[in-house]
Ligand binder design. Structure first.
Ligand code: FES
Ligand SMILES: [Fe+2]
Length: 435
């Protein structure tokens, strides 16, 4: 990829083509539990290379304002919550969640209090996540109701994984079926079905990932992004079948993948050009997976148990701290365990493995690559995102759902199909933009 395209693809600051594209969508800013109660401590939120303060007011409403006070630029993250807003320590200006000035302790001129405002952004709190819209008011889109938002809180488990990489790099890992059976082979069932890790919802077809490592990738573009299928020729009950794993990419930053029981939505939120928060949302209709033992099972399978997340530095609390995984310590790889034949990667399964691969490329990969057919979905996503960013910069509309279409219609699956059955014919009623 040439340097100019790579810059367009990756830079997310205000005024950049990709940054402006992303600002046309509702964006997860934090978990609801990060602001656990009315008038709790405010938090700093960094999104798309901009800093904000998020707080919950006395009535429980969430406000997101520019971090720096509009008076003389002190940080509102140091401010006091209460009396219906957040109050700057420096001169006691107090702001509502809408940015209205409720008090100006060092000024008696009520007209100024009427005229001045803090920059406040529209907020929506749904599905245990605080969402914000950072784009131009006239382009604010309808709030998209994703299928997991309808699940009761006990049936939904959300984790945030912090990554020292540009968001596109992390997203590419989710559109890369061929790495699953190679990088993650320690955690997946072997060809004979035996496995070291249990996972609620892990399908039998996972074992094909480790034995058939060069899947055929096919892409079907839609108005919201694309579906892609990883096809592996298998023999099932003596019959030739095509193991088909369907993934949906919902522009600009969400990927849906399928399991037998639960489903997973993966949303990659750029903190800035070089850091990403990866919202991993698992939901399941039958079981209350947001309780034990399910949470620990999911964390074990995904490699996100709290002690691993803290030690490897993909927990938000420890991210970037000394002694967590980094280039300097080769991502805490255990060469001795590799030599003993206990592990292929020398890393905890899945998340630490992915984090090591994506951050070892450098925070923004130069994408001077030698690609193969297995990389097709990655190439198409990049092209789609660059085109969308340039189109929006030229006054076009961002990719989105068609009228009447709903994220709940997007149901990825993993199935074995008879040879000759076209997986595209089984998509849930989607109108394609191009075949
Ligand atoms: S800097 Fe915030 S009130 Fe003066
Ligand atoms: Fe991975």
């Amino acid at each position: 990829m040439n340097k100019e395209d790579n810059e367009t693809l990756c830079r997310v600051g205000k005024g950049t083509p990709m940054g402006e594209l992303l600002r046309r969508y509702w964006i997860p800013a934090a978990l609801s539990e990060d602001l656990p109660e009315p008038d709790c401590d405010p938090i700093r939120v960094r999104l798309l290379a901009q800093d904000f303060v998020a707080f919950r007011d006395s009535a429980g409403r969430v406000g997101i304002l520019d971090e720096l006070c509009p008076h003389r630029r002190a940080s509102l993250v140091l401010g006091r919550t209460g009396h219906g807003g957040i109050e700057c320590l420096y001169h006691g200006w107090r702001f509502s969640v809408q940015g209205k000035i409720l008090q100006m302790a060092n000024c008696d001129d009520e007209k100024l209090a009427e005229r001045y405002r803090a920059n406040a952004y529209p907020v929506h709190e749904v599905g245990g996540i605080i969402w914000v819209y950072l784009g131009p008011a006239q382009h604010q889109p309808a709030f998209p109701l994703h299928p997991w938002m309808e699940a009761a809180p006990e049936h939904r488990y959300t984790r945030i994984i912090a990554s020292h990489s540009n968001f596109v790099q992390v997203m590419e890992g989710l559109l890369d079926s061929s790495h699953l059976g190679i990088l993650h082979q320690d955690a997946l069932p072997a060809g004979d079905g035996s496995q070291r890790y249990d996972h609620p919802g892990k399908t039998e077809s996972f074992r094909y990932l480790t034995s058939l490592r060069a899947p055929k990738i096919e892409v079907h573009e839609t108005s919201f992004g694309m579906y892609y299928a990883a096809l592996r020729k298998v023999v099932h009950d003596g019959q030739p079948m095509v193991d088909t794993r369907l993934t949906a990419f919902v522009a600009p930053f969400t990927v849906y993948v399928a399991f037998d029981h639960g489903r997973v939505a993966l949303t990659l939120i750029p903190v800035d050009d070089e850091h990403t928060y990866f919202y991993n949302i698992t939901w399941e209709d039958e079981r209350p997976i947001n309780t034990e033992p399910y949470r620990s099972q999911i964390d074990l399978a995904g490699g996100t148990l709290p002690d691993v997340a803290r030690r490897w530095g993909f927990a938000r609390e420890t991210h970037g701290q000394a002694r967590t995984a980094s280039r300097q310590n080769n991502w805490l790889q255990d060469r001795a365990a590799m030599r003993r034949g206990e592990t292929y990667t020398g890393l905890p399964p899945f998340t630490a493995e992915d984090a090591a691969m994506t951050s070892s490329m450098g925070p923004i990969s130069d994408r001077q690559e030698l690609l193969v057919p297995a990389d097709l979905a990655i190439v198409r996503m990049r092209r789609m995102m660059i085109e969308a960013a340039r189109s929006v910069a030229a006054g076009g509309t961002p990719p989105g759902y068609e009228t009447g279409q709903h994220p709940g219609d997007i149901v990825p699956w993993a199935r074995k199909l008879s040879p000759g059955v076209d997986w595209r014919s089984m998509l849930p009623g989607m109108e394609s933009v191009s075949a």
